[in-house]
Design a binder for this molecule. Structure first.
Ligand code: B12
Ligand code: SF4
Length: 518
């Protein structure tokens, strides 16, 4: 019997680890095939329908569930499903597919194809017989072999798991349902990482919910990476910041700059909010750990917030945002609460007045936020992404903001009243900020020029040719970094508050500010 497992990824760079692990851990004749959500339904349907597999298993996640719903009825093969999106409230699918593997898939899948005539013996298998739904949950185990080398592509993100499960219980998160933390065999993981590095993989992301939970394992993995990494590699971990042990920090601080990236969930700085979602967080300790990491400056930091949690009205969320923003972290991700199937918070939707849409189940309203409030936070998110996380205008913004949330909101509302976030050129972002500020013109132009590696389009008035040449000649006489020919060829001179000379010589870019005499 031939079985095909199908992953439909959110983007090409994200491979599906689940189908690889199921294949690796199965003795049956299993192949895998991946698409992305951008692929047309016809392409996926035709591939499946024209294939010669006996069974098709689809891997269902929040990013592909709507697509899969749309194609299921058009498939002419025996099908089954698995994945977090169909592990809870899955009865609606059981008229269209033969069965659904709930929860962890490796063992159940293998047993299923040993026991197709005895479905009741398969742990975690949902199916419908004589109009009755059978829906047992699987007991997680980790007696499986880790592998992500199947069909490996060095240009994708390499997902690695060293553990499964999370001891915490945050009520909005699926990991809260799997409190038992289980660890993979470390030697196997190391061999896998080494093979991937040696074959050109660059970006690695660990899927462990709290990588730093097991101090010994974390240090062992960190040291292994420091020893074996190659230039250009990057390793990302999800960390629970308030329990980050100093021994892990000491180990990681022996690494070269930016080899490691930590993703730290802050979600909210309000104790009342964290309590309401069963999130144990000592925000003070967490902030001091983040400050320590920032001071050393070796680990690249990314922090997450969730807008829409209980008790966070617009005002309180503004505080969470500003508290976090003021940590000065390079990347702040502002996410919106999603009421995931299976989570406690989804069951409490009425209690908190949550209204939400179909997948990805993002909230549109709550007791604490009106639809307009949520729209305002989306506006803040746009400015944050386009202006701050992009790195384009960090220096200018740092000079003009005292309340970052309010500034992002007010500027965002100005922007949206005149322009679109979806149809603009890069220069527009700079020009429009100046249009709003009516100040800091030189700062904005400097950031614009510094960002570019070749002469960009100018959105301000150019200096006269004669004046440009005079400035370059005077500059050349005082500074012999470049020949005069190179300056004429590669430099632009801009007359703002001062003269800005930006030299776009390949591999030798520089910017100079020359005071103007009034
Ligand atoms: C990688 C990842 C992504 C990647 C996408 C990956 C891809 N392939 O395209 C990115 C970063 C883009 C992403 C984005 C988002 N993600 Co995400 N993401 C993950 C992450 C970290 C890893 C998933 C994974 O591979 N795990 C390892 C595998 C082995 O475990 P598993 O997924 O549980 O699979 C097992 C079983 O489910 C089952 N199984 C899975 N498929 C199949 C198929 C068959 C046939 C069978 C039999 C069994 C089976 O067996 C597997 C092995 O035991 C998980 C968290 C985590 N650590 O798992 C979240 C997670 C999947 N994401 C989640 C969410 C909410 C999101 C976002 C909505 C977050 C947001 N921005 O708010 C976005 C949505 C993106 C979009 N475009 O809409 C939720 C998903 C809930 C759901 N119902 O799908 C998770 C679980 C995190 C959480 N909060 O709890 N995500
Ligand atoms: S949010 Fe993080 S700490 Fe909380 S349950 Fe999920 S994975 Fe665990």
């Amino acid at each position: 019997m031939k079985i095909l497992l199908v992953g439909i990824n959110s983007k090409f760079i994200h491979p599906n680890v689940a189908i690889r692990l199921i294949q690796k851990n199965s003795k049956h004749d299993v192949e895998i095939k991946e698409f992305t959500i951008k692929d047309s339904d016809e392409k996926i349907i035709n591939f499946i329908n024209e294939s010669s597999y006996d069974y098709i298993g689809l891997s269902v996640y929040i990013w592909n569930v709507n697509k899969i719903k749309g194609i299921l009825s058009k498939l002419n093969k025996r099908t089954f499903l698995g994945g977090p999106e169909v592990s809870f409230d899955n009865e609606e699918y059981l008229d269209q597919v033969e069965f659904i593997v709930r929860g962890e898939g490796e063992k159940s899948f293998d047993l299923l194809f040993d026991s197709l005539n005895q479905l009741e013996t398969v742990p975690g298998l949902s199916y419908k017989r004589d109009n009755t739904y059978h829906n047992p949950m699987v007991e997680p185990s980790l007696d499986i072999e880790f592998a992500n080398d199947i069909d490996f592509n060095p240009h994708q993100i390499q997902y690695i798991e060293t553990s499964r499960g999370c001891p915490y219980k945050c009520s909005y998160c699926l990991a809260s349902l799997e409190e038992k933390v289980r660890y993979f065999e470390l030697d196997q993981i190391k061999t896998n990482i080494k093979m991937l590095i040696d074959n050109g993989a660059k970006t690695f992301k660990f899927l462990d919910r709290t990588f730093n939970l097991n101090i010994k394992n974390s240090i062992e993995v960190i040291n292994f990476i420091i020893e074996h990494h190659k230039p250009g590699n990057s390793f990302q971990f999800e960390i629970t910041g308030d329990i980050l042990d100093d021994r892990i920090l000491d180990a990681i601080h022996k690494a070269p700059k930016d080899l490691f990236r930590f993703e730290i969930g802050i979600q909210s700085t309000s104790d009342e909010t964290n309590l309401a979602v069963d999130r144990k967080q000592d925000t003070e300790t967490l902030f001091s750990v983040i400050q320590k990491i920032q001071e050393v400056g070796i680990v690249d930091l990314h922090v997450d917030l969730i807008a829409g949690l209980p008790y966070e009205d617009l005002n309180r969320f503004q505080k969470t945002f500003n508290d976090t923003f003021n940590l000065g972290v390079k990347e702040l991700q502002l996410g919106f609460l999603k009421l995931l199937k299976g989570t406690k918070l989804r069951l409490q939707a009425n209690k908190w007045g949550y209204k939400y849409n179909d997948a990805p189940y993002e909230i549109t309203e709550s007791k604490f936020l009106s639809t307009e409030d949520i729209q305002k936070i989306h506006t803040v998110e746009q400015v944050l992404e386009k202006y701050w996380n992009s790195g384009y205008l960090v220096s200018t913004l740092s000079k003009v903001m005292d309340n970052p949330f309010r500034f992002f909101l007010e500027y965002g509302e100005f922007y949206e009243s005149k322009y679109s976030w979806f149809d603009y050129q890069l220069s527009d972002l700079f020009e429009r900020l100046y249009e709003y500020l009516q100040s800091n013109r030189q700062d904005i132009i400097l950031e614009y020029l510094n960002y570019h590696k070749i002469k960009p389009k100018r959105w301000w008035k150019a200096i006269q040719r004669q004046e440009r040449n005079d400035v370059l000649r005077t500059f050349f006489e005082a500074n012999k970094d470049y020949t005069l020919d190179d300056l004429y060829k590669y430099a632009t001179v801009e007359k703002i508050d001062d003269y800005i000379i930006r030299v776009f010589k390949p591999n030798n870019l520089n910017t100079y500010i020359i005071k103007r005499e009034n």
